[in-house]
Design a protein around this ligand. Structure first.
Ligand SMILES: Cc1ncc(COP(=O)(O)O)c(C=O)c1O
Length: 457
């Protein structure tokens, strides 16, 4: 079957280069001398470590660790994937690389896969930092695919990918990678299997690598079996389709859809395990050993500390605690989602129903229209409808909300929302501060606007 797939030029050079010194030092570091456990091991007189004081330091976690993550951490990460992601083939620790968080994982994958100028497709709205992450080092360029939110769970979205692909091809731009965030940030939606299969077929047609960012995989707090009678027909009117999260690793028909070498998954501790500050993630590439090889080569430039490695390994190794923790996370997210949406429903504020993640997209167009009409600049005339709103108006309200309202949220313009007037609210806070925040936000929107009732929304 082997058609040729290409990683970036620098990666091809990097991994084909028979760098015997790199291989020799990797080998030596795996076989280190110990007077009792490994007396014939390699005595390390090469790495600049000062271990003279070791006896007065607590333990050896102050040494350099393994740049790809310790064997222990990679093992527990693979166990988590095997237990919770239901992979069709068991994932083993050699198919994983530990990284300093997921932003860093995407940065590294961009360098390994893309050449400068290559296009990275991401459906809008998206996690805004991706734009810089793929560009700062790899010099790849994000091209948003304008999928309307109501189609994000539907296979029909592939039409937007196709037309973006054609547009870029006409300009001579190579589309090299897709980043697909499932569950999705910022809508909190879970993709349907049909939608994922359609995107995989599309990617396969053009040899496009697909990076599945599954950072919210274990934060799915609403399921299709939930009794959602009360939620389906809210006055809200936005779609509320619920799907079971299925990791791409679990697809037993994967090789009928795509050359599996094009698939990479990233996951980590920042969201599902609430350990944001540790900055620990993992890249899983079970089908493409070249990607692991390339990542291994660049891993010495930005790896996690041995101490972090040890602590995270210890926490994640406690399977019973992790099980309990994930259940608790989802229970708490569900409670806060219900409280937040009940608050919004009571105020008659529309939102896109979510089922995963820590946030919800809220429609503030009616507030924005009123606010705008109360803050017109001298040469501006009154807006008649929310259709006249601009992202600049949204940006101005956002700045005013921080400066005068003392409240911070993410404006849609930051994550390429489909139209002005959407914000992303994070609801994973204790209810006291969340309630205060919601009240303060609405109060600011209303009071900084001194109601204008003449406009149609
Ligand atoms: C979808 C998505 N990917 C990646 C990241 C970055 O994760 P990390 O903090 O592990 O770098 C985030 C953080 O908000 C995210 O929402």
């Amino acid at each position: 079957m082997t058609r040729e797939l290409f990683l970036s030029n620098s990666t091809i050079e990097n991994i084909s280069n028979k760098d015997s010194s790199f291989a020799a030092s990797l080998k030596a570091m795996k076989d280190v001398y110990h007077p009792v456990k490994n007396p014939s091991g390699v005595l390390n007189l090469g790495v600049a470590l000062n271990v003279l004081q070791e006896d007065i330091l607590y333990n050896k976690d102050l040494e350099y660790g393994n740049a790809c993550g310790s064997e222990e951490l990679r093992y527990v990460a693979s166990m988590i994937i095997n237990k919770y992601f239901n992979p069709s083939n068991i994932v083993n620790s050699s198919q994983l690389i530990i990284t300093n968080g997921l932003n860093s994982a995407i940065d590294k994958l961009s360098s390994v896969i893309c050449n400068p100028g290559d296009a990275v497709l991401i459906s809008e709205p998206y996690h805004a930092p991706f734009v810089d992450i793929v560009n700062l080092v790899a010099k790849a360029v994000v091209h948003g695919v304008p999928v309307p939110p109501c189609e994000i769970q539907s296979p029909s979205q592939v039409n937007y990918y196709e037309s973006k692909y054609r547009e870029l091809s006409r300009l001579g731009i190579t589309v090299k990678m897709i980043i697909l965030c499932n569950p999705h940030n910022p809508t909190g939606k879970v993709y349907s299997r049909a939608a994922l299969e359609a995107i995989l077929r599309f990617a396969n047609k053009y040899d496009i690598y697909v990076i599945f960012d599954e950072i919210y995989a274990l934060s799915v707090y609403r399921s299709p079996t939930e009794n959602i009678i009360n939620l389906i027909d809210t006055p809200n009117g936005y779609f509320n389709d619920l799907y079971t999260f299925e990791s791409v690793l679990s697809f037993d028909n994967l090789d009928e859809l795509i050359d599996p070498r094009l698939i990479v998954v990233v996951h980590g501790t920042s969201k599902d395990f609430c350990m944001h500050g540790f900055k620990v993630g993992w890249i899983i590439s079970p089908f493409n050993p070249d990607i692991i090889k390339a990542l291994t080569k660049i891993s010495p430039f930005s790896y996690i500390s041995a101490l972090t490695d040890r602590i995270v390994t210890s926490i994640l190794s406690d399977a019973e605690f992790i099980d309990y923790f994930i259940k608790t996370v989802n229970y708490n997210l569900y409670q806060n989602y219900i409280k937040t949406t009940t608050f919004l429903d009571k105020k008659g504020i529309f939102y896109i129903p979510a089922q995963a993640g820590l946030f919800i997209m809220v429609d503030i167009k009616p507030f924005l229209l009123i606010w705008k009409n109360n803050h017109l600049k001298t040469n501006e005339s009154m807006l008649k409808s929310t259709k006249d709103l601009t992202f600049e108006d949204e940006q101005q309200l956002w700045i005013a909300s921080i400066e005068r309202g003392r409240i911070y949220y993410s404006p849609g313009v930051n994550f390429k929302a489909h139209e002005p007037g959407w914000i992303r609210l994070v609801f994973s806070q204790p209810w006291d501060s969340l309630k205060l925040g919601l009240e303060r936000l609405i109060e600011f929107f209303e009071n900084d606007s001194s109601i204008y009732l003449g406009a149609s929304i």
